[in-house]
Design a protein around this ligand. Structure first.
Ligand code: PLP
Length: 383
């Protein structure tokens, strides 16, 4: 199977551990095992766990805990995966056939641009219109949605809260998307991995339960701040979950046993709230720092502040492609940020706001140095 390069992930995997300041991330700074111990994780008993295979679709205990988050779901509606990315992948692998239509909201995390195309689907996009056009928040372009989602469409993918805008769909917009999917008989795959990372708003409503055409994916990587355990999940109709499990047998068999055990600690109702509260505290402080930083450019940068997620999407006022701009910042300032072009929106950059305060300030300082040069008339050589 031929698959095109996942530009953003490739860029991150190449550089994120080599640069001095990595502001390309999108989750809150990760928790440590020590912090999990404060939430009831027993390190000593962990040392005696036999390192065998785990239950391949997730232990009953973990799936039972997850049913508490998704009313009406039973353990047979849930497949535990290696991260949200494997969850998305298994859904696509199990459902998409050559010639199917696939519709993707943009800007977005572009995994489900490349994967359905590799499976032979005809992939179309519909935009979230930018707040500078709508005069409001990021909102789906309803005409584009109607054109992209047709009776040939097998599946529609949205991330809500959205990566990279950090915006949250209104309930009316969610309803309208679901209705369109129902009208044409498409599945709606709602990636809700940023749910719980709201900075000052109420918790994002899940698409789960709005229709039997809804599939939700999520995981511990963003709002929980535990990406390293690589635990995600799919919640969907039982028959679809069974098909995803069959695909899982071929891909990775199942998640890692230690990770499943750690996840069981993190997803209890009390610990979930603790993790979300930690995320909110980090993001509230960092949003203030970033807001001041954006203002200091006096018009070179514009943004609509994120409602959720450790991500700031900023529009820059210079005639330079975003990939080139970010490459300049990496090469000349040893700092990594994400070009909008890799997220389906040119003329923007995405900056991570989930790190430690000092790290964020220093990283932003580096980016500002290059923005200072770029906003001048002549650009010096890159190398
Ligand atoms: C919308 C979205 N889905 C999935 C992922 C991948 O998540 P995970 O680390 O849980 O595989 C990301 C990562 O940035 C994301 O932004």
């Amino acid at each position: 199977m031929k698959i095109e390069t996942f530009e953003m992930e490739r860029m991150q995997s190449t550089w994120e551990n080599l640069v001095e300041y990595d502001l390309s991330e999108s989750g809150v700074r990760p928790l440590t095992l020590r912090e999990l111990m404060e939430m009831g994780f027993d390190l000593d008993s962990f040392l005696d766990v036999p390192l065998g295979y785990s239950q391949s679709n997730g232990t009953l205990e973990l799936r039972e805990a997850l049913t508490q988050i998704y009313p009406g779901a039973t353990v047979d509606h849930i497949e535990v995966t290696n991260g949200t990315s494997e969850a998305n992948y298994l859904v696509a692998l199990s459902q998409i056939r050559p010639g199917d239509g696939f519709a993707l909201e943009t800007p977005n995390y572009m995994q489900l641009w490349g994967v359905p195309r590799s499976l032979g689907a005809k992939t179309r996009t519909f935009r979230l219109r930018d707040p500078f056009q709508t005069g409001n928040g990021w909102e789906p372009d309803w005409n584009e949605l109607e054109r992209a989602v047709t009776p040939e469409t097998r599946m529609v993918y949205v991330s809500n809260p959205n990566n990279p805008t950090g915006s949250i769909l209104s309930e009316a917009a969610m309803k309208r998307i679901v209705e369109r999917c129902e009208a044409v008989g498409a599945y709606l795959l709602a990636d809700e991995v940023y749910q719980g990372a709201e900075i000052s708003r109420e918790r994002t409503k899940s698409f789960w339960g709005m229709s039997d055409r809804v599939i939700v994916t999520s995981g511990l990587s963003k709002a929980w701040g535990i990406p390293g355990v690589r635990i995600g999940w799919i919640v969907g109709p039982k028959e679809l979950i069974a098909e995803c499990w069959s695909q899982h047998d071929y891909v990775t068999i199942g998640p890692n046993k230690l990770s499943d055990q750690l996840a069981r600690i993190a997803v209890t109702a009390a610990n979930r709230e603790k993790c979300y509260a930690r995320t909110r505290a980090v993001l509230s402080t960092n949003l203030g720092i970033t807001r001041e930083w954006v203002r200091s450019f006096d018009g070179f940068l514009e943004w609509r502040e994120p409602d959720a997620g450790a991500i700031g999407l900023m529009k820059y006022n210079a005639n330079i492609p975003s990939v080139e701009l970010c490459e300049r910042i990496r090469v000349r300032r040893n700092t990594l940020i994400v070009p909008g072009a890799q997220l389906g929106v040119e003329g923007y950059v995405r900056i991570w706001i989930g790190g430690r305060e000092e790290y964020l300030r220093k990283g932003l300082g580096r980016v500002a140095e290059e923005f200072g040069v770029v906003s001048g008339a002549v650009l010096p050589d890159l190398y």
